[in-house]
Design a protein around this ligand. Structure first.
Ligand code: ASP
Length: 326
């Protein structure tokens, strides 16, 4: 048994806490649904039009891969895409010129791993998966995350590309710090996968806001904010202004709303309305959520027009415009 699982089980058993499947099932209205009402699996949904990433994950699962392997490989497509200036290598740096990545991953058993302020590796999601599987922790940051990546055999890389450096030098002329809504229409990639067994897995990876303050961490690697799932209920991921999403713990909220009987669409709408109600400046930023429930129903909602998500099912990949508030 992996060390981490052993530690978790020992702690719970030591505290006299055990969970029977019937107790877990009692909280989930979706468990009473007959298999006939469920969608055909596998399904992948991902923020923005990250079609290649979604296709990769969907096709892997169609060939029998687990959602965990598929979600990792899926988001890795965008991490390696040098043209994408908001994820992985080639991501825009912070205002000091450092490219720093945030990523997390969550498994069907509720296990999770996360890295923040990772400076020298393209595949932040893979380092996050190692945190989940090889350590007793959930999150590693900065130098510690870098050190751990080396220990796990990830070679040191330079993440600043010539194009990103050129754009950064241009930015330095005015040094304007203002989040840009729907920046070039591709931001953080958050992905949810349901494999042929019906298990849900999620991952989120980003270089964060362009020209952010040194040390700034957004919602994307924060379990509950940028991503959350409960394999008994469903999952949600977020993109947009991380500060607003974190202050409202939006992905966790979506999953809890689905647990209480809301559809993924209703849950995303309520969670975005919550951000709007608590943010006087909501017209100046984007926040978007996508969600899937255990039946394979999906939903999406955002503040501003322009956000889309991509869905793979039955061998087809579709880019779907999200419903929006403004
Ligand atoms: N949510 C990300 C962050 O705040 C950025 C984004 O999705 O656009 O770092």
């Amino acid at each position: 048994m992996k060390r981490r699982k052993f530690i978790n089980r020992s702690i719970l058993a030591g505290a006299g806490i055990t969970f029977s499947p019937s107790i877990l099932n009692a909280t989930n209205p979706l468990n009473s649904l007959s298999p006939m009402t469920k969608s055909s699996f596998p399904i992948t949904i991902a923020t923005w039009n990250f079609a290649n990433a979604s296709l990769k994950a969907g096709e892997m699962m169609a060939q029998g891969a687990t959602a965990l392997d598929a979600v990792e490989q899926g988001v890795m497509v965008e991490e390696a895409n040098l043209k994408n200036t908001t994820v992985g290598k080639g991501g825009a740096p912070d205002r000091e010129g450092n490219v720093t990545l945030d990523a997390c991953i969550m498994a069907p058993d509720g296990n999770a791993g996360s890295v923040v302020y990772l400076k020298n590796n393209t595949h932040a999601v893979s380092v996050a998966r190692k945190v989940m599987e090889e350590t007793p922790h959930v999150m590693l940051a900065g130098e510690g995350a870098d050190q751990f990546a080396r220990e796990m055999g990830f070679e040191k890389e330079d993440l600043l590309t010539e194009d990103s450096e050129r754009a950064y030098k241009e930015w330095l002329k005015k040094k304007e710090y203002k989040p840009i809504i729907n920046i070039e229409n591709h931001d953080t990639i958050g992905m949810l996968c349901i494999d042929q067994n019906g298990d849900i897995v999620s991952a989120c990876t980003t270089s964060g806001l362009s020209y952010k303050m040194n040390g700034r961490v957004g919602d994307s690697p924060i379990i509950g904010s940028g991503l959350f799932l409960d394999n008994e209920v469903g999952g949600a991921v977020a993109t947009g202004l991380g500060e607003a999403i974190m202050k409202n713990v939006s992905s966790f909220l979506v999953v809890e709303l689905m647990r209480n009987g809301k559809s993924p669409q209703e849950a995303c709408e309520i969670a975005i309305q919550r951000i709007i109600a608590r943010s006087p400046d909501f017209k100046d930023f984007q926040a978007a959520l996508i969600a899937i429930n255990k039946k394979g129903e999906v939903g999406s909602y955002c503040i501003q027009k322009g956000f889309t998500y991509v869905k793979y099912q039955d061998g087809t990949n579709n880019n779907i415009p999200s419903k929006y508030y403004i």
